[in-house]
Design a protein around this ligand. Structure first.
Ligand SMILES: C[S@@+](CC[C@H](N)C(=O)[O-])C[C@H]1O[C@@H](n2cnc3c(N)ncnc32)[C@H](O)[C@@H]1O
Length: 361
């Protein structure tokens, strides 16, 4: 077992079905300044990518900003993707990727290029366009979007995009959000959902320049990051149908007003993570998230209500609120964005009446 890679003390850790070397966590904090980045707290983001790609079964996948290579190696090992490409501009990351690839008997192809250079050189590869491209930057994905969108297969290709500039997307710095994403964010209980919808619209805008319609299949806002997965379709008609679903909500926007999740995919991901052989590679946080999203995805409403925002002297149990809404003929489910959040097709006043009546019982 290695104790150092390039003079950097390392530890072997297991994540999902792979083992990887990472900079010794007792010596390096999880920051962008670490010699190679590995954040165990972002495990859910990788579990979700694995589950989604197990369902979509792409032939090729790129981890454009791969660091230790953990994401791409998991996609190869768990989602059984045949052609995996790992790339990172940091030469130390390349050494880690090579060792980690060896450790897992991986056939992934490893590159040490700047992201744009890698994407520009793809014409030399077997896959001139990729079925899946993962963009997992420090901060905003905006600098990588144009080259990324052009590198995915036009029909059916999928982009997985992360953003950690949540202070912009969630309204702490509205000017930054406007400059970067061209939209006004919210700074209240809805900020995570609105942030995701701002990010989705921005990626879609880049796709539309090339007559590509990018439709969200899945997204989540977890801890310090947001993630969206979008499927591409080429054609002017379908591209036009995208921008017709942009608009404003509670004074925020422009945002994507369409679906955040493809309900059948959310359901399949949930079922999959219960299967024994898959379950052991997926953490509890991921399972809990999918448990919520499989139901929430079925409710098409934009935004949700937060029972805590009603400032009641005593909060009714959430399952009673859901049951009462359903008894009154509304669709309702818990929201993954807040522990007291309810997504429903009821109007605000209808929702409040149901909750207030419930309190009197
Ligand atoms: C957040 S980390 C990626 C984490 C990794 N995907 C995971 O799941 O563990 C971002 C990585 O992007 C790399 N990077 C930053 N800018 C880059 C660029 N322009 N081209 C290629 N790699 C870059 C950094 O070296 C870093 O390893």
């Amino acid at each position: 077992m290695l104790s150092k890679i390039k003079d950097i003390p390392v530890k072997k850790v297991r994540e999902g079905a792979v083992e990887i070397y990472v900079p010794d966590p007792s010596k390096y904090r999880v920051t962008a300044a670490s010699p190679v980045f590995y954040n165990p707290a972002a495990r859910t983001s990788r579990d979700i990518a694995v589950l989604l790609l197990k369902i979509l079964k792409p032939e090729s996948a790129v981890d454009l900003l791969a660091a230790t290579g953990v994401r791409g190696l998991r996609l190869e090992s768990e989602a059984k993707i045949k052609h995996v490409y790992l790339n990172d501009a940091n030469p130390i990351a390349v050494c880690f990727m090579k060792q980690n690839s060896r450790l897992n008997n991986s056939k992934a192809k490893i590159f040490g290029l700047r992201a744009h250079e890698f994407l520009a050189q793809r014409y030399k590869l077997k896959h001139k366009k990729f079925d899946y491209l993962d963009i997992d930057p420090f901060g905003s994905p905006v600098p990588f979007l144009d080259a990324g969108v052009k590198a995915i297969v036009e029909d059916g290709g999928v982009l997985g995009i992360a953003a950690t500039d949540t202070s912009a997307l969630c309204g702490t710095y509205p000017d930054v959000c406007f400059r970067r994403y061209g939209a006004k964010p919210l700074r209240n209980y809805l900020m995570h959902e609105i942030g995701l919808r701002i990010l989705i619209r921005k990626v879609q805008e880049v796709g539309l320049q090339y007559d590509l319609a990018l439709t969200p299949l899945f997204c989540h806002s977890t801890a310090h990051y947001m993630r969206v997965y979008l499927k591409s379709e080429k054609g002017t008609k379908v591209a036009n149908s995208i921008y017709k679903k942009w608009g404003y909500f509670n004074d925020a926007g422009p945002i994507w007003l369409g679906q955040l999740w493809e309900p059948s995919i959310a359901e399949k991901m949930f079922v999959l993570c219960q299967e024994k052989s898959v379950s052991e590679n997926v953490c509890e946080e991921t399972k809990e998230l999918l448990f919520l999203i499989k139901d929430e995805a079925k409710i098409g409403a934009v935004g949700f209500y937060d029972v805590a925002e009603l400032h009641l002297s005593q909060m009714p149990p959430l399952q009673n609120v859901l049951a009462a809404l359903k008894e009154n003929g509304f669709a309702a489910a818990r929201s993954c964005f807040s522990s007291s959040g309810v997504r429903t097709n009821a109007k605000k006043e209808e929702f409040e009446n149901v909750v207030k009546k419930l309190k009197k019982l």
